[in-house]
Structures are given as C-alpha cells and as structure tokens.
Design a protein around this ligand. Structure first.
Ligand SMILES: O=C[C@H](O)[C@H](O)[C@H](O)COP(=O)(O)O
Length: 230
C-alpha cells in the first residue's frame, strides 16, 4: 500500500473506537472514511448494533455491502456521531469538503450530528484554507450567471466535468470548483456564498467538526475543538 493510502487507512480505522453500541452514526464519503466503513463492517459482523446514515449514494452502497443497517436523516433527525473525510483542514478545525461531490448531504448530516469526527492524512492539514479549490453545489438553472457572481468574490470558478460531461451530484445539481488565493475568513465567505441565489450549498464547514484524526508517518495526531468532550 502506498504511503498516503496507508495514512488514510490509519486515520480512518482509528475513528471507529468512538462508535458505541446503539449509536446512530453518520457515514461520510470518500477514500479515507472508506476505511472507517470497512472496519465498522467488521465490528457489525462481530455483533455491534448501530444504524448508519449515509451521506451519498456511493457510501450507501458500500455500507450495504458491509452489512451495516441503514436509516435516513428523515427517520433519525439527531445523529449521535458522524465520521467523514475532508479535502483541507485548518488548525481551527475549519474544513473544505466536496472534492467527491457529496458536500450538501454531508453538511446536512454534520448539522444534525451531536459530534463530528474528520479523518484525513497529514497532507490535508494547512495553516490557511484555499489551496484546494472550494467546491460549491449550484442549481443548473442560470449556472453561467451564478458562476459569474461567484467570480466577483475573488475566485476562479470552474464547472466540474467528469468523463467529458458536467458532473451531476446525487441531488441533480452541478458543482463549481472555485480557486481562491487563500481563505482568511471562512465563516464570512461561507455566509456570502450561501446568500447568492442559485447556490445550494458551499463546501466550507465552519464550527461543525469536533475532532480531526490525522494519519501521519510516525503517529496519529488528534486535533480537538475547544469544549470537546468525547
Ligand atoms: O464530497 C466528498 C467529501 O467531502 C470527502 O469527504 C472529501 O472530498 C475527502 O475525500 P477523500 O478522503 O477521498 O480525500
């Protein structure tokens, strides 16, 4: 296994230790949290009883294959704990998410969660967010205008394309990846982007993560928010 993959595995697997019998658990999306879900599948086979709430169709499929019992956010409107990945993390536990296109469901589930744990490899920890182009989910209607409005905030918006076609999210929308030079005030930028008509959700997660598990070469680092109690 290549080193980066090994660090993802380390962080992803570590997170299952916070999952307890009887919990409703939000299941994030991506190649890091995949390791959490695989491990969780083993624990479920050994008798752990939890309900998983998937954040994407891809995660729903994987969790089903692993034999994890699933529910929806409509049936479980309060989630005990969610484990998810991120594309970038700063030391204040602000995040950029949505590299895999799942940011809307991920944010809804993070918002419904009493506790959110993020799993990443060390390359994702940055002093300032913004290296990674910020994913923004927008409706198809008037998308060119929405992209122009986004550019007035100081970024270069690029419509996400997959296999030569515009990428479509699980919710039937487009994703625009917006490259900012640096994001100094994530909370302020999140609010400004959310105010633009046509924007469904932005991949900035501010004040939602309680703990970040970082897979490093020599160890696992755990970053916690103030008031963290898990
Ligand atoms: O939309 C996708 C999610 O926000 C992912 O959690 C994020 O992109 C990180 O994914 P990965 O662990 O594959 O880098």
């Amino acid at each position: 296994m290549e080193l980066k993959e090994e660090l993802k595995r380390k962080a992803g697997e570590k997170a299952v230790k916070y999952i307890k019998d009887g919990m409703v658990v939000g299941l994030g999306t991506g190649s890091t949290v995949k390791y959490t879900i695989l491990k969780l599948g083993e624990l479920v086979k050994d008798g752990l009883d939890i309900i998983g709430i998937p954040t994407s169709i891809a995660t729903e499929k994987l969790a089903k294959e692993m034999g994890i019992k699933l529910g929806s956010i409509n049936d479980y409107q309060v989630i005990d704990l969610t484990i998810d990945g991120a594309d970038e993390v700063d030391r204040n536990l602000n995040l950029i998410k949505g590299g895999g296109g799942a940011l809307l469901r991920e944010k809804m589930i993070a918002h419904a969660s009493k506790y959110e744990i993020i799993v990443v490899d060390e390359s994702k920890v940055k002093s300032v967010l913004g290296d990674f182009p910020l994913p923004i989910e927008i409706v198809k209607f008037g998308y060119k205008r929405t992209m122009n409005v986004l550019s007035t905030l100081g970024c270069k918006p690029l419509l996400r394309v997959k296999n030569g076609e515009a990428y479509i999210t699980d919710n039937g929308n487009y994703i625009v990846d917006c490259k900012f030079e640096r994001i100094d005030e994530p909370a302020k930028l999140e609010r400004r982007i959310d105010e633009i008509p046509g924007v469904v959700e932005v991949g900035l997660f501010v004040g939602l993560a309680n703990k970040v598990i970082v897979g490093k070469k020599d160890k696992i680092e755990i970053m916690t928010s103030s008031g963290d109690s898990l």
